[in-house]
Design a protein around this ligand. Structure first.
Ligand code: GTP
Ligand code: MG
Length: 326
Protein backbone atom coordinates (compact mmCIF):
# COMPACT_ATOMS: atom_id res chain seq x y z
CA UNK A 1 0.00 0.00 0.00
CA UNK A 2 1.53 3.32 -1.01
CA UNK A 3 2.26 5.73 1.79
CA UNK A 4 0.28 8.74 2.85
CA UNK A 5 -2.91 8.60 0.87
CA UNK A 6 -5.04 11.41 2.25
CA UNK A 7 -8.71 11.47 3.21
CA UNK A 8 -9.30 13.60 0.08
CA UNK A 9 -7.91 10.74 -1.96
CA UNK A 10 -10.37 8.27 -0.51
CA UNK A 11 -13.23 10.71 -1.00
CA UNK A 12 -12.26 11.07 -4.65
CA UNK A 13 -12.04 7.31 -4.92
CA UNK A 14 -15.57 7.02 -3.59
CA UNK A 15 -16.71 9.46 -6.26
CA UNK A 16 -14.88 7.38 -8.82
CA UNK A 17 -16.81 4.29 -7.78
CA UNK A 18 -20.15 6.06 -7.84
CA UNK A 19 -19.48 7.96 -11.08
CA UNK A 20 -22.01 7.41 -13.82
CA UNK A 21 -20.33 8.81 -16.90
CA UNK A 22 -16.79 8.48 -18.28
CA UNK A 23 -16.35 12.23 -17.76
CA UNK A 24 -17.18 11.91 -14.08
CA UNK A 25 -14.92 8.93 -13.78
CA UNK A 26 -12.03 10.80 -15.42
CA UNK A 27 -12.61 13.84 -13.23
CA UNK A 28 -12.54 11.70 -10.10
CA UNK A 29 -9.36 9.96 -11.24
CA UNK A 30 -7.75 13.32 -11.94
CA UNK A 31 -8.74 14.44 -8.46
CA UNK A 32 -7.19 11.26 -7.02
CA UNK A 33 -3.99 12.03 -8.92
CA UNK A 34 -4.00 15.63 -7.78
CA UNK A 35 -4.26 14.88 -4.08
CA UNK A 36 -1.83 11.98 -4.07
CA UNK A 37 1.58 12.56 -2.54
CA UNK A 38 4.12 12.57 -5.33
CA UNK A 39 7.05 10.35 -4.58
CA UNK A 40 8.53 7.02 -5.58
CA UNK A 41 6.14 5.10 -3.34
CA UNK A 42 3.16 6.27 -5.36
CA UNK A 43 4.76 5.94 -8.80
CA UNK A 44 2.98 2.69 -9.52
CA UNK A 45 -0.42 3.88 -8.44
CA UNK A 46 -0.04 7.14 -10.33
CA UNK A 47 0.91 5.28 -13.49
CA UNK A 48 -2.10 3.05 -13.04
CA UNK A 49 -4.43 6.04 -12.65
CA UNK A 50 -2.94 7.70 -15.72
CA UNK A 51 -3.50 4.54 -17.75
CA UNK A 52 -7.11 4.46 -16.59
CA UNK A 53 -7.55 8.13 -17.48
CA UNK A 54 -6.04 7.56 -20.92
CA UNK A 55 -8.32 4.60 -21.55
CA UNK A 56 -11.42 6.41 -20.35
CA UNK A 57 -10.47 9.51 -22.33
CA UNK A 58 -10.33 7.38 -25.47
CA UNK A 59 -13.75 5.96 -24.69
CA UNK A 60 -15.09 9.39 -23.88
CA UNK A 61 -13.66 10.79 -27.10
CA UNK A 62 -15.40 8.02 -29.05
CA UNK A 63 -18.66 8.72 -27.27
CA UNK A 64 -18.25 12.41 -27.90
CA UNK A 65 -17.60 11.92 -31.57
CA UNK A 66 -21.25 10.97 -31.78
CA UNK A 67 -22.51 13.19 -28.97
CA UNK A 68 -20.47 16.24 -30.09
CA UNK A 69 -19.72 17.34 -26.58
CA UNK A 70 -16.08 18.33 -27.00
CA UNK A 71 -12.99 16.60 -25.63
CA UNK A 72 -11.59 16.14 -22.18
CA UNK A 73 -8.91 18.55 -21.23
CA UNK A 74 -5.98 17.70 -19.08
CA UNK A 75 -3.26 20.18 -18.26
CA UNK A 76 -0.11 18.41 -17.04
CA UNK A 77 0.91 19.87 -13.71
CA UNK A 78 4.23 21.63 -13.30
CA UNK A 79 6.10 23.04 -10.34
CA UNK A 80 4.75 23.01 -6.79
CA UNK A 81 1.14 22.86 -7.94
CA UNK A 82 -1.53 24.07 -10.30
CA UNK A 83 -3.78 27.04 -9.51
CA UNK A 84 -6.68 27.95 -11.78
CA UNK A 85 -8.08 31.47 -12.13
CA UNK A 86 -11.83 31.69 -12.49
CA UNK A 87 -14.17 34.64 -12.78
CA UNK A 88 -16.71 36.49 -14.87
CA UNK A 89 -15.71 38.12 -18.18
CA UNK A 90 -13.36 41.10 -18.15
CA UNK A 91 -12.58 41.07 -14.42
CA UNK A 92 -8.81 41.06 -15.03
CA UNK A 93 -7.71 37.42 -14.89
CA UNK A 94 -5.35 37.57 -17.85
CA UNK A 95 -3.85 40.85 -16.70
CA UNK A 96 -3.14 39.25 -13.33
CA UNK A 97 -1.42 36.19 -14.83
CA UNK A 98 0.62 38.50 -17.07
CA UNK A 99 1.67 40.54 -14.05
CA UNK A 100 3.07 37.63 -12.02
CA UNK A 101 4.45 35.33 -14.72
CA UNK A 102 6.55 35.59 -17.87
CA UNK A 103 3.53 34.73 -20.00
CA UNK A 104 2.29 37.46 -22.27
CA UNK A 105 -1.44 37.02 -22.60
CA UNK A 106 -4.14 38.80 -24.47
CA UNK A 107 -5.71 41.47 -22.26
CA UNK A 108 -8.53 43.60 -23.63
CA UNK A 109 -11.27 45.91 -22.45
CA UNK A 110 -14.01 43.69 -23.85
CA UNK A 111 -15.40 40.42 -22.44
CA UNK A 112 -14.58 36.88 -23.64
CA UNK A 113 -11.03 37.75 -24.65
CA UNK A 114 -9.54 34.49 -23.41
CA UNK A 115 -10.78 31.49 -25.41
CA UNK A 116 -8.69 28.63 -24.05
CA UNK A 117 -6.57 27.90 -20.96
CA UNK A 118 -3.28 29.81 -20.90
CA UNK A 119 -0.38 28.79 -18.70
CA UNK A 120 2.22 30.74 -16.79
CA UNK A 121 4.67 29.93 -14.01
CA UNK A 122 4.58 32.22 -10.96
CA UNK A 123 7.58 32.38 -8.69
CA UNK A 124 7.21 32.30 -4.93
CA UNK A 125 10.67 32.50 -3.37
CA UNK A 126 12.41 29.36 -4.68
CA UNK A 127 9.21 27.62 -5.78
CA UNK A 128 7.27 27.79 -9.04
CA UNK A 129 3.49 27.71 -9.11
CA UNK A 130 1.63 26.91 -12.29
CA UNK A 131 -1.17 29.38 -13.04
CA UNK A 132 -3.95 28.55 -15.47
CA UNK A 133 -5.73 31.55 -16.94
CA UNK A 134 -9.17 30.50 -18.09
CA UNK A 135 -11.88 31.84 -20.35
CA UNK A 136 -14.69 33.46 -18.36
CA UNK A 137 -16.63 30.87 -16.39
CA UNK A 138 -19.79 31.84 -18.26
CA UNK A 139 -18.25 30.96 -21.65
CA UNK A 140 -20.66 28.34 -23.01
CA UNK A 141 -18.18 27.10 -25.59
CA UNK A 142 -15.73 26.25 -22.82
CA UNK A 143 -18.20 24.24 -20.75
CA UNK A 144 -17.36 20.72 -21.95
CA UNK A 145 -13.81 20.85 -20.62
CA UNK A 146 -14.10 23.46 -17.88
CA UNK A 147 -15.13 20.89 -15.29
CA UNK A 148 -12.12 18.67 -15.80
CA UNK A 149 -9.69 21.59 -15.59
CA UNK A 150 -11.32 22.82 -12.38
CA UNK A 151 -11.48 19.43 -10.74
CA UNK A 152 -7.92 18.43 -11.42
CA UNK A 153 -6.47 21.73 -10.20
CA UNK A 154 -4.84 21.97 -6.79
CA UNK A 155 -6.48 25.28 -5.94
CA UNK A 156 -8.60 28.11 -7.29
CA UNK A 157 -8.25 31.89 -7.39
CA UNK A 158 -11.71 33.38 -7.72
CA UNK A 159 -11.05 36.74 -9.38
CA UNK A 160 -13.45 39.67 -9.09
CA UNK A 161 -13.31 43.28 -10.24
CA UNK A 162 -13.33 45.48 -7.13
CA UNK A 163 -14.77 48.41 -9.06
CA UNK A 164 -17.80 46.51 -10.32
CA UNK A 165 -20.03 44.90 -7.67
CA UNK A 166 -17.53 42.29 -6.48
CA UNK A 167 -20.02 40.75 -4.01
CA UNK A 168 -22.46 40.05 -6.84
CA UNK A 169 -19.62 38.73 -8.99
CA UNK A 170 -18.38 36.40 -6.27
CA UNK A 171 -21.94 35.09 -5.79
CA UNK A 172 -22.37 34.47 -9.50
CA UNK A 173 -18.98 32.83 -9.87
CA UNK A 174 -19.61 30.50 -6.94
CA UNK A 175 -22.97 29.58 -8.46
CA UNK A 176 -21.26 28.81 -11.78
CA UNK A 177 -18.66 26.69 -9.97
CA UNK A 178 -21.46 24.78 -8.34
CA UNK A 179 -22.84 23.87 -11.75
CA UNK A 180 -19.54 22.06 -12.26
CA UNK A 181 -19.98 20.51 -8.80
CA UNK A 182 -16.98 22.42 -7.56
CA UNK A 183 -17.11 24.01 -4.12
CA UNK A 184 -14.63 26.56 -2.84
CA UNK A 185 -13.35 26.01 0.64
CA UNK A 186 -11.11 28.21 2.67
CA UNK A 187 -9.90 26.78 5.91
CA UNK A 188 -13.10 24.90 6.46
CA UNK A 189 -13.64 21.60 4.66
CA UNK A 190 -17.26 20.78 4.08
CA UNK A 191 -18.02 17.11 4.02
CA UNK A 192 -20.18 16.64 1.00
CA UNK A 193 -19.60 13.69 -1.27
CA UNK A 194 -21.21 15.19 -4.33
CA UNK A 195 -19.01 18.26 -4.49
CA UNK A 196 -15.39 18.54 -5.54
CA UNK A 197 -13.91 20.62 -2.77
CA UNK A 198 -11.13 22.94 -3.78
CA UNK A 199 -9.10 25.25 -1.66
CA UNK A 200 -9.19 28.79 -2.88
CA UNK A 201 -9.19 32.50 -2.15
CA UNK A 202 -11.11 35.44 -3.52
CA UNK A 203 -8.84 37.90 -5.32
CA UNK A 204 -10.28 41.38 -5.71
CA UNK A 205 -8.34 43.14 -8.43
CA UNK A 206 -8.32 46.67 -9.93
CA UNK A 207 -8.03 48.22 -6.46
CA UNK A 208 -6.56 51.26 -8.19
CA UNK A 209 -10.06 52.22 -9.39
CA UNK A 210 -12.61 54.48 -7.68
CA UNK A 211 -14.97 52.83 -5.24
CA UNK A 212 -12.82 49.73 -4.87
CA UNK A 213 -11.99 50.32 -1.18
CA UNK A 214 -15.57 50.28 0.05
CA UNK A 215 -16.46 47.41 -2.28
CA UNK A 216 -13.54 45.46 -0.86
CA UNK A 217 -14.83 46.09 2.65
CA UNK A 218 -18.25 44.73 1.61
CA UNK A 219 -16.63 41.71 -0.01
CA UNK A 220 -14.64 40.94 3.12
CA UNK A 221 -17.70 41.35 5.29
CA UNK A 222 -19.63 38.90 3.11
CA UNK A 223 -17.00 36.20 2.52
CA UNK A 224 -14.08 36.96 4.78
CA UNK A 225 -14.98 34.51 7.53
CA UNK A 226 -15.23 31.58 5.09
CA UNK A 227 -12.61 32.31 2.46
CA UNK A 228 -9.58 34.59 2.50
CA UNK A 229 -10.20 37.75 0.48
CA UNK A 230 -7.35 39.87 -0.84
CA UNK A 231 -7.11 43.19 -2.64
CA UNK A 232 -4.64 43.79 -5.47
CA UNK A 233 -4.03 45.79 -8.60
CA UNK A 234 -2.48 43.81 -11.44
CA UNK A 235 -2.04 47.03 -13.37
CA UNK A 236 -0.21 48.90 -10.61
CA UNK A 237 1.47 45.79 -9.24
CA UNK A 238 0.17 46.20 -5.69
CA UNK A 239 -0.53 43.25 -3.40
CA UNK A 240 1.17 40.77 -5.71
CA UNK A 241 3.79 39.56 -3.23
CA UNK A 242 0.99 38.61 -0.82
CA UNK A 243 -0.83 36.85 -3.63
CA UNK A 244 2.22 34.71 -4.42
CA UNK A 245 2.44 33.58 -0.83
CA UNK A 246 -1.30 32.97 -0.50
CA UNK A 247 -1.27 30.85 -3.67
CA UNK A 248 1.65 28.82 -2.32
CA UNK A 249 -0.14 28.30 1.01
CA UNK A 250 -3.20 27.00 -0.83
CA UNK A 251 -1.15 24.15 -2.24
CA UNK A 252 -0.53 22.62 1.19
CA UNK A 253 2.98 21.59 0.35
CA UNK A 254 6.29 21.97 2.14
CA UNK A 255 9.73 22.63 0.70
CA UNK A 256 12.31 20.25 2.02
CA UNK A 257 16.04 20.06 1.35
CA UNK A 258 17.73 16.71 1.61
CA UNK A 259 21.42 16.05 1.77
CA UNK A 260 23.84 13.23 2.36
CA UNK A 261 26.26 13.46 5.34
CA UNK A 262 29.11 15.80 4.50
CA UNK A 263 27.30 17.30 1.53
CA UNK A 264 26.27 20.93 1.14
CA UNK A 265 22.59 21.77 0.95
CA UNK A 266 21.27 23.06 -2.33
CA UNK A 267 18.79 25.66 -1.13
CA UNK A 268 17.81 26.66 -4.66
CA UNK A 269 16.15 23.38 -5.43
CA UNK A 270 13.66 22.25 -2.82
CA UNK A 271 11.85 18.96 -2.92
CA UNK A 272 8.12 19.68 -2.92
CA UNK A 273 6.12 17.38 -0.67
CA UNK A 274 2.57 17.34 0.59
CA UNK A 275 2.05 18.71 4.10
CA UNK A 276 2.20 15.90 6.62
CA UNK A 277 5.01 14.07 4.80
CA UNK A 278 7.65 12.49 7.00
CA UNK A 279 11.42 12.07 6.97
CA UNK A 280 10.83 8.60 5.58
CA UNK A 281 8.73 9.96 2.70
CA UNK A 282 11.49 12.43 1.87
CA UNK A 283 14.07 9.63 1.83
CA UNK A 284 11.90 7.72 -0.58
CA UNK A 285 11.60 10.84 -2.72
CA UNK A 286 15.38 10.90 -3.07
CA UNK A 287 15.63 7.25 -3.95
CA UNK A 288 13.20 4.35 -3.78
CA UNK A 289 15.60 2.19 -1.78
CA UNK A 290 16.33 4.87 0.81
CA UNK A 291 13.10 4.31 2.66
CA UNK A 292 14.03 0.80 3.67
CA UNK A 293 17.63 1.59 4.44
CA UNK A 294 17.00 4.77 6.39
CA UNK A 295 18.10 4.61 10.02
CA UNK A 296 17.62 8.18 11.20
CA UNK A 297 18.01 11.75 10.06
CA UNK A 298 19.47 14.95 11.39
CA UNK A 299 17.21 17.93 10.96
CA UNK A 300 17.65 21.67 10.78
CA UNK A 301 14.39 23.60 11.06
CA UNK A 302 11.55 21.79 12.80
CA UNK A 303 13.79 20.01 15.33
CA UNK A 304 14.08 21.41 18.84
CA UNK A 305 17.67 22.33 18.02
CA UNK A 306 19.75 22.52 14.85
CA UNK A 307 21.02 19.15 13.75
CA UNK A 308 18.69 17.25 16.07
CA UNK A 309 18.43 13.54 15.46
CA UNK A 310 14.89 12.55 14.54
CA UNK A 311 13.03 9.35 13.75
CA UNK A 312 11.69 8.28 10.40
CA UNK A 313 8.14 9.34 11.20
CA UNK A 314 9.08 12.92 12.06
CA UNK A 315 6.70 15.24 10.18
CA UNK A 316 8.47 17.77 8.00
CA UNK A 317 7.85 21.51 8.03
CA UNK A 318 8.37 23.99 5.21
CA UNK A 319 12.05 24.84 4.95
CA UNK A 320 13.45 21.83 6.79
CA UNK A 321 16.90 20.56 5.87
CA UNK A 322 17.42 16.87 6.53
CA UNK A 323 20.55 14.82 6.44
CA UNK A 324 19.71 11.21 5.71
CA UNK A 325 21.64 8.42 7.44
CA UNK A 326 21.32 4.94 6.02
N1 GTP B 1 -7.52 49.74 -13.68
C1 GTP B 1 -7.23 48.46 -13.83
N2 GTP B 1 -7.65 47.81 -14.95
C2 GTP B 1 -7.34 46.50 -15.07
C3 GTP B 1 -6.63 45.80 -14.07
N3 GTP B 1 -6.50 44.51 -14.47
C4 GTP B 1 -7.13 44.43 -15.68
N4 GTP B 1 -7.62 45.62 -16.05
C5 GTP B 1 -8.37 45.92 -17.29
O1 GTP B 1 -9.53 45.13 -17.33
C6 GTP B 1 -9.81 44.71 -18.66
C7 GTP B 1 -9.97 43.21 -18.72
O2 GTP B 1 -8.74 42.59 -18.41
P1 GTP B 1 -8.44 41.06 -18.80
O3 GTP B 1 -7.23 40.66 -18.05
O4 GTP B 1 -8.45 40.89 -20.27
O5 GTP B 1 -9.73 40.39 -18.17
P2 GTP B 1 -10.14 38.83 -18.21
O6 GTP B 1 -10.78 38.54 -16.90
O7 GTP B 1 -8.98 38.01 -18.60
O8 GTP B 1 -11.24 38.85 -19.36
P3 GTP B 1 -11.81 37.58 -20.19
O9 GTP B 1 -10.66 36.86 -20.80
O10 GTP B 1 -12.70 38.20 -21.18
O11 GTP B 1 -12.57 36.76 -19.20
C8 GTP B 1 -8.67 45.24 -19.51
O12 GTP B 1 -9.08 46.44 -20.12
C9 GTP B 1 -7.57 45.52 -18.51
O13 GTP B 1 -6.71 46.55 -18.93
C10 GTP B 1 -6.20 46.52 -12.90
O14 GTP B 1 -5.55 45.99 -11.97
N5 GTP B 1 -6.54 47.83 -12.85
MG1 MG C 1 -8.74 36.76 -20.15
Amino acid sequence: MPANLTPQYFEAEKRYRSAETPDERIAALQEMLSVMPKHKGTDGLRAELRTKIAKLSKEAAKAQATARRGGMYHIPREGAGQVVLVGLPNVGKSQLVSAVTEASLEVADYPFTTKAPQLGMMKFENAQIQLVDMPPITDQDARPWFASVLRSANAILLVVDLADDPVGQANDTLAELEKFRVGLVGNRKVSDQVMFQKRGIVVGTKNDLDGSASNYADLKAKYGNQIAVISISAEKGTGLEGLRKDAFDLLEVVRVYTKAPGERTNMADPMIMRKGSTVEDAAEGVHKDFRKGLKYALIWGSGKFAGQRVKKDHVLQDGDIIELHT
